[in-house]
Design a protein. Structure first.
Ligand SMILES: CC/C=C\C/C=C\C/C=C\CCC/C=C/C(=O)SCCNC(=O)CCNC(=O)[C@H](O)C(C)(C)COP(=O)(O)OP(=O)(O)OC[C@H]1O[C@@H](n2cnc3c(N)ncnc32)[C@H](O)[C@@H]1OP(=O)(O)O
Length: 308
């Protein structure tokens, strides 16, 4: 697994501009199974599925639906992050794809965030590899050259919120039981600077300051009020609204949209790229502290006890 994600961002020439283009380099055989079909206008559509992610690309519209299917709660393990990164990378390289919708195949959960078991009771090498894969997914989604829409059909704490915020637009299901936010402080851990900056760029400084210190989780209507999501719709309409929305984005010439996106996001991507190793070291130092391991153990037990 150590060589699974060895990737750097590269710059691709586009006219006179340079655009961000991610590249997940992975050194293992993917377990993706792919089947293609021809649609009415002879563009090919395809479906692929791995244990954590299912991808349906409609070749006639250029829209790919990427569904998280990692039972029970789509927690982002190393394998989940690796598969998601590979799937997004493939779609980014596929000329017939112009935009992706990220959503969940599971009921009530978009994603439970990072898999806590990857950050608990393991060795420093494992933590470093895991954190690198977290960086990879953020770099991939935040710097994605194509359109990315989050169709948030369930709760989306911490890492789930990060991936949603990294998309271009967020549509959330209108169920008052669902929550979204960066709740790291509630676990006794701290969101790193690029989580924080992604939130600042989404909802502004003051709201982020309060959200991070309290580890606030927002209901869909409150998330809409603070701008953490862009639209709240009945659950059964989340995917159709995401499809309608992405269709509007598709009306904009790709090169103009891509360059505009890159102009807004490149400085943040570059900041993490320039400090990846120190960010990993920082994470490993932090997560291996006895007090932090104790907090995580306590939190995991509390999740289990809540059920009992
Ligand atoms: C100086 C320092 C400066 C900077 C810091 C440096 C570095 C940074 C350091 C750390 C940064 C880390 C960033 C972390 C990001 C994260 O994403 S942490 C994860 C946060 N996620 C959560 O808090 C969610 C917790 N889960 C829930 O709230 C609920 O499970 C749910 C609302 C998602 C779903 O509820 P239910 O449907 O009721 O399901 P259950 O609660 O019964 O759960 C089923 C099953 O799944 C297990 N589980 C849940 N979430 C996780 C998870 N995130 N990871 C692993 N496992 C999870 C849960 O325990 C149950 O397991 P079983 O009991 O069935 O075994």
């Amino acid at each position: 697994m150590a060589a699974v994600l060895r990737r750097g961002f590269r710059l691709v020439s586009f006219g006179s501009s340079q655009l961000l283009c991610g590249g997940c380099k992975h050194g293992r055989t993917s377990s993706l199974s792919i089947c293609s079909t021809s649609s009415r206008n002879s563009s090919s559509s395809s479906s692929s599925s791995s244990s954590h992610v299912k991808v349906d690309l409609d070749g006639s519209t250029g829209i790919a639906v990427v569904k998280f299917q990692s039972s029970p709660v789509n927690s982002m393990s190393l394998d989940f992050l690796t598969e998601l990164c590979i799937s997004l990378e493939k779609l980014e390289l596929d000329r017939s794809c112009r935009g992706v919708i990220l959503t969940s195949a599971l009921p009530k959960i978009f994603s439970a965030g990072l898999d806590i078991t990857e950050m608990y009771g393991k060795n420093p090498e494992h933590y470093a590899e895991f954190w690198k894969s977290v960086q990879e997914i953020w770099l991939k989604v935040y710097g994605y050259s194509k359109i990315a829409i989050a169709a948030i059909n369930g709760s989306s704490p911490a890492g789930g919120c990060l991936v949603s915020m990294a998309c271009d637009y967020r549509i959330m299901a209108d169920d008052p039981r669902y929550r979204i936010g960066l709740n790291e402080a509630q676990l006794g851990i701290v969101a790193p600077f690029w989580f924080k900056d992604t939130m600042v760029n989404t909802v502004g400084f003051r709201t982020t300051e309060l959200s991070l210190q309290f580890g606030l989780m927002y209901s869909p209507s409150d998330a809409l009020k603070i701008g953490l999501v862009d639209q709240v719709v009945p659950e059964e309409n989340v995917l159709s609204t995401a499809t309608e929305t992405i269709t509007k984005w598709l009306a904009i010439p790709d090169h103009a949209r891509e360059i505009s996106k890159s102009m807004m996001r490149k400085p943040m991507v570059d900041r993490l790229l320039a400090s990846r190793e120190s960010d990993i070291k920082n994470f490993v130092n932090f997560i291996t502290k006895d007090s932090i391991q104790k907090s995580l153990g306590f939190y995991m037990n509390s999740l289990k006890q809540r059920k009992a």
